[in-house]
Design a protein around this ligand. Structure first.
Ligand SMILES: Cc1cc2nc3c(=O)[nH]c(=O)nc-3n(C[C@H](O)[C@H](O)[C@H](O)COP(=O)(O)O)c2cc1C
Ligand code: SF4
Ligand code: SF4
Length: 466
């Protein structure tokens, strides 16, 4: 049985799944319920001088039949008195001494930082997370992302905290910055024990077309909020990877952003995270999702032969390269599996209008055909095809050659002039512009019957290869 327990910069937890600082960790009641359900840790809703919140506070992005693929909030830090939170932290720790309780903090002056760090330590918190990420409300008051965007200020505050900290300190970073490694490095220089990322992304999720106001609407007005949920996972993964690969960061990373199931968590871990935090998914589906998460992670680890979480941390990093290091000789071509095809022809439309005119329609069948010579292997058709594994990308080079842009640059064989003969697409077939005229008029919606004469992009014999 794989061991899911972690020791994250000195914070011990029975599994790597923590609730992120947010409404699900607003009270001792919720944190106890979550631990009881199986969560390994919780980062308490950010503590500081209590705030006053607005109503409403959340906006959502729904996509077709999926609700909340993106989630946006204009909520601030905890609005509950510090004393209440401290008492409840103490109580939770009494019941769950082996679970991780991390106090998220956000205050302003050095004295306030010293005081609140001592307070949560005395309450029994296992660690501290400094919230330098909130992108609304608090940043206008010089806190949250206003700190996360200024590496020097961030470093100074981390130093203040480290003057008194006796438990591990995690710095939570804002993604609202062009280079995430700058604040991450500053956290390291300030003496932090770990980093966590990402906090929410500054956003407007939509505008009411009648009220002319952005969501969520507060008495006819709105403001930018913080975006999170499944939609932000790709951004979070990239930033986790950037920090994990940076030789000047080298701190344990708690991965946050779009984690909804065990697979999302594993992706964060493979890119360098050694704990993961979840907010939106817990708000959407409740604490019960932890059962699938731990069971799935355990099974994955057993299948892969990983005994501990640390066997898999950063396992994908050696394969994350710069573009210039990718093999230009590697070639894939789309392949349609006729037995799976439902004839929707979405692939044809996508390739015809959005890619390289490498799919042809044939008379007498709705199953399109790949014109192999024209296919650049961009993947678009396989991404739009609604049938799993109906279009697969197959390797077509013989696997013997390896040449990167970096190597070509060194060998001085890269295109350097506007009409350079060494350009990648120079001899690739494209239709004559006038061949487009009238074509669109004959199209019908995908799925509807239509009479197709041959509208293939080009007869095969006109295709020229480089
Ligand atoms: C309603 C709401 C309130 C949040 N409040 C806090 C907070 O008080 N402190 C904090 O560090 N992050 C806060 N966050 C950010 C989350 O902790 C987390 O970083 C972010 O939601 C990304 O994770 P997710 O994609 O799993 O939601 C909040 C997020 C939401 C949705
Ligand atoms: S998108 Fe897929 S299912 Fe639809 S026609 Fe193309 S191959 Fe067939
Ligand atoms: S991989 Fe790209 S170029 Fe090739 S058939 Fe599909 S969409 Fe067209």
């Amino acid at each position: 049985m794989p061991d899911l327990s972690i020791n994250f910069a000195g914070i011990k937890s029975p599994n790597p799944f923590w609730l992120a600082s947010a409404p699900p960790t607003n009270s001792g009641y919720q944190v106890m319920k979550a631990f009881d359900a199986g969560w390994g840790g919780a980062v308490w809703k950010t503590l500081g001088v209590p705030v006053v919140n607005v109503s409403s506070r959340y906006g959502g992005v729904n996509y077709r039949d999926k609700r909340l693929i993106g989630f946006n909030n204009i909520e601030l830090i905890s609005d509950r008195p510090l004393a209440d939170n401290l008492r409840e932290i103490e109580e939770v720790k009494k019941h769950f001494p082996h679970h991780a309780v991390i106090a998220s903090l956000m205050v302003q002056s050095r004295e306030e930082w010293h005081q609140i760090v001592r307070d949560v330590t005395n309450a029994g918190a296992d660690g501290i997370e400094l919230n330098f990420g909130c992108p609304h409300g608090m940043c206008e008051r010089g806190m949250g992302s206003a700190v996360g965007q200024e590496p020097d200020v961030l470093r100074t505050i981390v130093e203040w905290v480290m003057e008194v900290a006796q438990i591990p300190v995690i710095v939570k970073l804002t993604p609202n910055i062009s280079d995430i490694t700058e604040p991450a490095r500053a956290a390291r220089l300030g003496g932090a024990d770990a980093i966590s990322l990402i906090n929410t992304i500054q956003s407007i999720v939509g505008v009411d077309l009648d009220l002319f106001a952005p969501y969520p609407i507060v008495d006819g007005k709105g403001t930018n909020g913080g975006y999170c949920g499944p939609a932000v996972k790709p951004i979070a993964l990239n930033m986790v990877k950037n920090c994990a690969q940076d030789p000047y960061v080298q701190l344990p990373i708690s991965g946050i952003g779009g984690i909804e199931n065990w697979r999302d968590a594993v992706e964060h871990i493979l890119l360098g995270a050694s704990s993961v935090q979840v907010c939106t998914a817990a708000m959407h589906f409740g604490f019960g999702i932890i059962r699938e998460m731990t069971a799935g992670l355990e099974q994955y680890m057993a299948e892969k032969g990983f005994h501990t979480i640390y066997d898999m941390v950063g396992k994908a990093l050696p394969n994350v390269k710069h573009w210039e290091e990718l093999n230009l000789k590697y070639k894939v071509t789309a392949n349609i599996h006729e037995d799976k095809c439902i004839g929707c022809q979405l692939c044809y439309t996508a390739c015809e209008d959005g890619a390289h005119q490498a799919i042809a329609l044939r008379e007498g069948t709705r199953v399109p055909e790949i014109i192999e010579e024209n296919c650049v292997g961009c993947n678009l058709c396989s991404l739009v095809c609604p049938v799993e594994n109906c279009i697969t990308m197959e390797r077509t080079d013989d696997g013997t050659e390896q040449l990167t842009w970096k190597e070509r640059t060194l060998a001085d064989t890269i295109p350097t002039t506007f009409n350079d003969e060494r350009a990648g697409g120079l001899h690739h077939w494209v239709p004559e512009p006038t061949a487009a005229l009238g074509k669109e008029k004959h199209k019908t919606l995908p799925g509807k019957a239509r009479q197709i004469t041959n509208v293939a992009p080009a007869p095969h014999d006109t295709v020229r290869q480089p």
